[in-house]
Design a binder for this molecule. Sequence first.
Ligand code: ATP
Ligand code: MG
Length: 417
Amino acid sequence: MNDSDKPLSAARPPEGAQAPLGGSATHAVASAGAPLLPGSTLGVLGGGQLGRMFVHQAQAMGYFTAVLDADPTSPAGLVSHHHIQTGYEDPKGLAELARLSDAVTTEFENVPAAALATLAALRPVSPAASAVAVAQDRAQEKAHFVACGVPCAPYAVIETAAQLAAVAPDLLPGILKTARMGYDGKGQVRVKTAAELAAAWASVGSVPCVLEKMLPLALECSVIVARGADGATVHLPVQRNLHRDGILAVTEVYEQNLPQALTQQAVAAAVSIANGLRYVGVLCVEFFVLQDGSLVVNEIAPRPHNSGHYSQNACDVSQFELQVRTMAGLPLVQPRQHSAAVMLNLLGDLWFAQGDAEQTPPWAAVLALPGAHLHLYGKREAKRGRKMGHLNITAATPETARATALKAATLLGIAPF
Ligand code: ATP
Ligand code: MG
């Protein structure tokens, strides 16, 4: 009998590992209403930085962890008790993840729906495949926003040449986005005319797309909501986000980063989107604030989000602890932000000097700044545009947090904001 044939109840911590005090060596299968306590094993699909920070948090709380990711050097795989090195569609890998884990979550929305369904037959999976499927597909996502009564950008679904020809002219200028697999602005083409739109659709291989009207943005913000299996929700404060080249660059979170009426509206919209999905887990909802002050939902991510990283150092409960709590069925308490925060994303560009010579960013100087918290993801190779880490700056006041963050940006070669 190979490992994947072992009975599910035989899940154990790795050899030589000590179960934390109060934990048991043999894992209980989660039953409705009974939380999975420390000593259980939490599994995650995907080995990227979000998985790594989830693993760190789960381990800090006394859980064992299992990561499924084919890359032997994946950021989360490197730090997890168990690392199953297979693709998301490998039945043996999925069976092994289920065997090892008492509950499973995902750090990546583009996992095949079939993988989540396979796991869900064996173990509690959160968020559910049905909710992840909505987040995976911009057309379904937008239909969900409409159903929840939350305004989104005017759009058209383009799956056929006939739909392309029928696009209303007032959607232009617009952004053509592939319905699936987009991230960090990839799979997007800005178009001004019907001819450009047709060329853009051809350039992405005529795959299903959504054309969104280009909106006059004043700013962007996002909200992290956590929802338990009992329907209880808590949220982090509303994050104000600055994107550069389609990639998040800076997040600022403190009193008055946004008008209060807007933050209340954003939280209410995020909660209704989570409720509408009967969501269990951590959900990020991204919004646009238009120049007329109105709020428009952009997209959702069925997992912790880059814009929520400040919570690791500025809140008493981080987005990763919320992920652990929701999947383990532990109580959700409303997080409290105790420090003003600015997060700077550290992209691979910082590892290159002018003329493409490699360099090490000036960590010692950055860490000499009060309130600087460095998070690096353990990626072996820096590439331009690649997320290598982030720097959280915390302070007693927004002014100090901003001033310190601007000093850090200068040291690192990040443009001021
Ligand atoms: P990520 O996954 O990193 O959040 P993404 O690839 O899913 O990004 P979007 O969030 O759809 O991409 O868009 C990336 C950025 O492009 C937005 O944050 C915003 O700055 C800009 N953008 C997207 N859609 C519009 C729009 N309809 N009008 C104006 N700007 C837009
Ligand atoms: Mg986005």
